[in-house]
Write a protein that binds this ligand. Structure first.
Ligand SMILES: [Zn+2]
Length: 242
């Protein structure tokens, strides 16, 4: 039996027999792990708070063969506002679904976890537009996953001027002339281009610290959504929680 300690966010949970729960926890160094939380569904269980969905906690674990069990845990951040606001919960669950898809076991996920925690914090603790938060999350996640688009110059002719399109298939922006020849390219405004540059270039703690004109929010949403769907080969859509 091996004892170990880690922090992590509960990104999925399912009921087991009796009062037990099976959790999927995203950790900084061990990637995504499955853990059994014995008795966590009992009202007076010391594991109850820290093993809730979307809770960021410190866990004391023990490992037998391929299974982790939780000995004890302590909550670090519960993101309380997400639990009391259905819109926030819907968006947080959507972000979590993507996180669940892009992480695996035994693969360090420090940067992904940092972005995820930062995103949950923005959803929970600020009044920023939820679609805007998702757009920033998606683009920055793509960078972490190694899909960094070229937003500094036209990917075709290398011109830095008159950038007016984003090409999904060519992984970057295009100038007015080249973009017109690319049927799939999406027209983008200067504000959207600057937003993308900011999201990809800013310090990880500051990626949400900017604003974009309301009319460009939709544009940013379209570009980041299409690009993410293309790179992750999946049609991600926010699903209403009923
Ligand atoms: Zn060009």
């Amino acid at each position: 039996m091996k004892y170990l300690k880690t922090s992590g966010v509960v990104i999925a949970e399912s009921s087991m027999e009796d009062y037990d729960k099976m959790l999927t926890v995203l950790t900084p160094n061990m990637g995504k792990i499955s853990c059994i939380a014995r008795g966590a569904k009992k009202n007076n269980s010391p594991l109850m708070a820290g093993t809730q969905y979307l809770c960021f906690s410190d866990f004391n674990l023990y490992k037998t063969k391929d299974t982790y069990s939780i000995n004890s845990c302590e909550t670090i951040e519960v993101f309380y506002n997400i639990r009391t606001d259905l819109d926030k919960l819907t968006v947080a669950s959507f972000v979590t679904k993507i996180i669940n898809d892009v992480t695996t076991e035994n693969q360090g996920s420090f940067n992904t976890l940092k972005l995820y925690l930062n995103t949950l914090y923005m959803i929970s603790e600020t009044d920023k537009d939820l679609d805007f938060i998702v757009s920033v999350f998606k683009l920055r996640l793509l960078k972490i996953l190694g899909f960094m688009p070229n937003v500094s110059e036209c990917v075709e002719c290398k011109s830095k001027n008159k950038i007016a399109y984003f090409s999904i298939k060519d992984d970057g922006v295009k100038c007015k002339k080249c973009g017109k020849l690319d049927k799939g390219a999406i027209q983008i405004s200067e504000a959207t281009l600057n937003a993308m540059k900011y999201i990809l270039g800013a310090d990880s703690k500051k990626i949400f610290n900017f604003s974009i004109p309301k009319e460009c929010e939709k544009e940013l949403e379209i570009v980041t959504s299409l690009y993410l769907n293309e790179k992750l080969e999946k049609e991600y859509k926010i699903e209403k929680i009923v």
